[in-house]
Design a protein around this ligand. Structure first.
Ligand code: AP5
Length: 226
């Protein structure tokens, strides 16, 4: 069984950036609920189109819809080698559902990473973030900046929910609905906090070290890291 990781953190903390890199390097499946929703919206999926109004306001999509998306992805063969969850769970109810899904599937302890970044840095990052207008890919700081999408050549644009008012709402929602999750996971021996307010390569280094340490704990070896 591969590594199973939950990447937590506020909007703009770098969850998608680090989850993408980590999954690529370790041969794991990245499951990003935000990316799945945005892709489904582009494809005109009726449930996702309903969810779009909430996303555009910076609110969370309902737990039931999100849990079903994740349940489906985790049941596919490509998730069996290990996965990185990006942006899920986001409420205590989602975390409880995930615990049940993993228990039913016989998956051992997950490693939970909380990327910590101060609010003013989050606001700055989200104001500057650019995504592809065609395929939705976020410009990757590991790949360097360009004028067009590195994947499909599409024009770059601001994400719909990255305008200042919506960002403020997303930060509020994070504090109200997602911060309690940190307490939900904090007591677990595989919970780690990573300083996300460093250059991406430094975040990656710290994250890799802490995840590898936590993996020893998850496997039942003596705990040597914090
Ligand atoms: P989602 O897409 O998950 O958005 P989010 O959680 O707000 O997170 P972001 O994607 O904004 O940020 P990130 O932490 O991934 O940062 P990134 O790596 O891009 O969700 C969107 C919406 O979908 C939600 O509001 C909700 O409506 C709905 N939704 C999704 N999941 C849900 C769930 N489970 N339940 C209910 N609703 C759900 O980095 C940000 C920027 O910073 C980028 O430009 C990047 O290049 C840059 N950057 C990254 N790392 C660094 C660094 N170390 N230094 C400097 N810049 C950096």
């Amino acid at each position: 069984m591969g590594l199973n990781v939950i990447m937590m953190g506020p909007p703009g903390a770098g969850k998608g950036t680090q989850a993408g890199r980590f999954a690529r390097e370790r041969g794991l499946l990245k499951i990003s609920t935000g990316d799945i929703l945005r892709e489904a919206i582009r494809e005109g999926d009726p449930i996702a189109v309903e969810a779009k109004a909430r996303m555009d306001r910076g609110e969370l999509v309902d737990d039931e819809t999100i849990v079903e998306i994740v349940r489906d992805r985790l049941s596919r063969p490509d998730a069996q080698q290990g996965f990185v969850l990006d942006g899920f769970p986001r409420t205590v109810a989602q975390a409880r559902s995930l615990d049940r899904i993993l228990e039913d599937a016989g998956v051992g302890p997950v490693i939970v990473v909380d990327l910590a970044v101060p609010p003013q840095e989050l606001v700055r990052r989200l104001a500057e973030r650019r995504i592809c207008s065609k395929c939705g890919t976020t410009v990757d700081p590991f790949a360097g900046d360009g004028d067009r999408c590195a994947r499909c050549g599409g024009e770059l644009m601001q994400r719909a929910d990255d305008n200042k008012d919506v960002v403020m709402e997303r930060l509020k929602v994070y504090e109200r609905d997602t911060m309690p999750l940190v307490e939900y996971y904090r007591q677990r021996p595989t919970f780690r906090v990573v300083n996300g307010a460093q250059p991406p390569e430094r975040v990656a280094e710290e994250l890799d070290t802490l995840v590898d340490g936590a993996a020893l704990v998850a496997d039942g070896s003596p705990r040597t890291e914090r």
